[in-house]
Design a protein around this ligand. Structure first.
Ligand code: ADP
Ligand code: MG
Length: 365
């Protein structure tokens, strides 16, 4: 199991062009590619915090460039039987959906349609190269986890039961009982299903304010290669996570508190799993949240990529810092250009960051 944690800084939107940019990508040495994210210390702006990642993509990175460097190299592994898991993590409004789904225009397409396009292309090539002796089948499941409940997005919203779909253990794996799966012939087929499913999500959500930022959307692509009696199966999972901001800071309704607790818990467990995998630990705490359990995160042989989406704006400052703290590989804050004599505490533990402690009290002594 290998893991990569990369950061992507989004550009300013048309209505943000006059806003202050405070987040930037940097490299450790001039001729090296970017691996650092730099952001001012909100308590003392003459200092800059620096967070290390496997790679950092700046504001000008195109959808194609991101896909080509981070995802395309793993399509081959997928066909060799490895599972690939891709997460988009970050505050609401930082570009998670843009990164995963993207826009309708070709150049704006995100990771998901590009991945599917590559998978279909490779599948067809395998069939052709083997004169049809090997066949490749692609099947999709798409579901969301909202308040720790699982809802099928390939089914119309009126079929939803309020309690969601149950989980069961089968041969050491967690399965979602009753989750539908559709086989897909080509990219057109996929797009039809995907658009319809995303509409299901929106329709089901109209009663809930900003529902999509509070649920995890998980697309599972199952690839089955058959050659004679040999069947090789692997899965690519693409996850557009719930917003990592501290929802409690602005609103205190009961429903919001329940949502926040569910989001914080699952994102915390996710970050612990990513840490454990990157350290090469034997024990990955994947059973401690429904999302990581369904994905069996760390239990399969495969590749996990976490994309931390960041908005460069000052209005996101505190939330950006806490998401950097959670996802930074190094978990170390380096202080540069210190003018005043200050003591910087070590990076706050993920638990308290996710609980919002960092973005609330300590910054206002
Ligand atoms: P999230 O899913 O994290 O809440 P979105 O993906 O909806 O955020 O992005 C917020 C806004 O920023 C959208 O209007 C989106 O089109 C735009 N956006 C995000 N990332 C980029 C990017 N890399 N290039 C251009 N626009 C972007
Ligand atoms: Mg989104």
């Amino acid at each position: 199991m290998s893991v990569r944690v990369v950061a992507r800084i989004r550009p300013l939107l048309d209505n943000e062009l006059d806003k202050d940019i405070i987040v930037r990508a940097d490299s450790v040495a001039q001729d090296k590619s970017n691996t650092l994210v730099k952001i001012p210390n909100p308590k003392n702006e003459s200092e800059e915090f620096s967070f290390a990642f496997n790679s950092v993509y700046d504001r000008s990175t195109s959808q194609e460039a991101l896909f080509t460097s981070e995802v395309a190299p793993h399509v081959k592994s997928l066909f060799q039987g490895l599972d690939v898991t891709i997460f988009a993590y970050g505050v609401t409004g930082t570009g998670k959906t843009h990164t995963m789904r993207g826009g309708l225009r070709l150049a704006e397409r995100g990771v998901i349609p590009r991945l599917l396009s590559n998978v279909f292309r490779r599948g067809k090539r395998i069939a052709k190269d083997t004169n049809g002796d090997s066949t490749v089948e692609v099947a999709l499941s798409y579901y969301e986890i909202y308040n720790d409940k699982v809802f099928d997005l390939l089914e119309p919203p009126e079929k939803r039961t309020p309690s969601g779909l149950p989980l069961r253990e089968k041969e050491g794996k967690t399965i979602v009982v009753g989750l539908s799966e559709r086989s897909c012939e080509d990219l057109k087929d996929f797009e039809r299903l995907y658009i319809e499913a995303n509409n299901n999500r929106v329709t089901a959500a109209t009663k809930l304010n900003a529902h999509s930022s509070r649920s995890h959307a998980i697309l599972r692509v199952r690839v089955t290669q058959t050659t004679g009696d040999t069947v090789r199966e692997s899965t690519a999972s693409c996850i557009d996570l719930a917003g990592s901001e501290d929802n409690r800071r602005t609103e205190n309704g009961k429903e919001r508190l329940i949502e926040s607790a569910a989001i914080n818990k699952s994102l915390f467990v996710l970050s612990q799993c990513i840490d454990a995998i990157s350290r090469g630990d034997k024990r990955i705490p994947y059973r401690e949240s429904k999302m990581t359990r369904i994905l069996s995160l760390g239990q399969n042989n495969g590749i996990t990529i976490m994309i931390l989406n960041l908005a460069p704006l000052r209005s996101y400052h505190l939330d950006t810092l806490s998401s950097l703290n959670v996802s930074s590989r190094a978990k170390r804050i380096e202080v540069r250009e210190v003018e005043n004599e200050v003591v910087i505490k070590p990076a706050t533990k993920p638990a308290s960051v996710l609980g919002g402690a960092m973005s609330r009290q300590p910054l206002r002594p």
